[in-house]
Design a protein. Structure first.
Length: 316
């Protein structure tokens, strides 16, 4: 839930709370209510508020445990946000969403037991690969779109879709995680007013139309940023010095380029431009996107081999 409190962080330099905010979890994590026990393994990574460990249950099944020190939750609002994240994530079940198993606490920490994603995040993938091919992008985008369609049908907006929140399972399936900024639309037409997101991925209406608020279309915008980043290797509105104000100006003015030295297909360019429409009501909905010519252009991959963590499918 990194973004939940430090809502305007950059993906490159997430603010870290003071070290003492994290506590070391016990060697065996126990759910006192059910008696379930997990052996704590290695550290997988850490975010704004959580440390994530690999754990195994008594049947040697492996999971990821997100551990949040109670001491790091200083305000009632912070506690409510974490409980909101748990309630939303727990209610979702889709093959392209990190599976939520259970949440419990002891005196020190709150634990969330979720599906282990062995192949890390798309930040790690792009570090290795620099950019993805169009066939890979097509398949990953379809997986992402089916998960977002499911979330939206269940009235959940993720509001922080970005490479660092897209995980890869052992069998190279994309999984959306981290519901720290997610919100539920309680009635049709409800508009959210909280400014939140990550600078490179944030939709213009969140920044510049706070009166009207925002809704599901912010996730569609982020899909455009993600698709561009997959294909080009950096986010569309990024500036050289990564100055947040300059990024917001580019988002407001819809200024981004398709570099001529790394050309992508016209179908890909057109789809990205539609997703990155300044006016939220002009962005396509998920079904329109899935019917876009980009998704029917061959070759259409059925799966992606693990070798694509390091090499493009053409060379592996
Ligand atoms: P935050 O939400 O505070 O950003 P997370 O707990 O989501 O932090 O993640 C911190 C890091 O832990 C991630 O960047 C990733 O490296 C790792 N991680 C998180 N969830 C998983 C998971 N389900 N499987 C494998 N690694 C994970």
């Amino acid at each position: 839930m990194a973004g939940a409190i430090a809502q305007m962080e950059s993906e490159k330099v997430p603010p870290k709370p003071p070290r003492q905010a994290f506590s070391i979890p016990p060697a065996i994590i126990r759910n006192r209510k059910t008696g379930a026990a997990y052996i704590t393994g290695g550290l997988l990574g850490e975010g704004g508020f959580a440390r994530c460990y690999e754990v195994a249950d008594s049947g040697r099944r492996r999971f990821a445990a997100k551990v949040v020190a109670k001491a790091s939750l200083k305000t009632q609002k912070q506690r409510q946000k974490l409980h909101g994240e748990i309630a939303i994530h727990r209610a979702l079940s889709h093959r392209n969403i990190v599976r939520f198993y259970e949440a419990f606490e002891d005196d020190e920490n709150i634990y969330m037991i979720v599906e282990l994603c062995e192949n890390k995040t798309f930040v790690d993938l792009l570090k290795q690969r620099r950019r993805l091919t169009e066939p890979e992008t097509r398949l990953y985008m379809v997986q992402l779109l089916t998960a977002v369609r499911y979330m939206h049908l269940n009235r959940v907006i993720h509001r922080d879709l970005k490479l660092g929140n897209l995980f890869l399972s052992k069998d190279m399936q994309l999984k959306i995680g981290d519901f720290g900024l997610a919100a539920v639309i309680k009635h049709d037409g409800e508009r959210k007013k909280t400014i939140c997101g990550t600078p490179n991925y944030i939709a213009p209406e969140v920044l510049f139309d706070q009166q009207n608020g925002h809704s599901y279309e912010v996730d569609i915008w982020s899909l455009g940023v993600i698709m561009y980043t997959f294909l080009i290797g950096r986010p569309p509105f990024q500036t050289k010095d990564k100055d947040v104000k300059a990024i917001y100006k580019k988002i407001r003015d819809n200024v981004y380029e398709f570099p001529s030295n790394a050309p992508i297909s016209l179908a890909a360019e057109n789809l990205i431009s539609n997703l990155l429409h300044t006016r939220p009501e002009c962005r396509p909905n998920i079904d329109d996107i899935l019917n876009d010519p980009f998704f029917t252009t061959p070759p259409v991959l059925k799966s992606i081999p693990v070798s694509c963590l390091n090499n493009s499918p053409e060379t592996s």
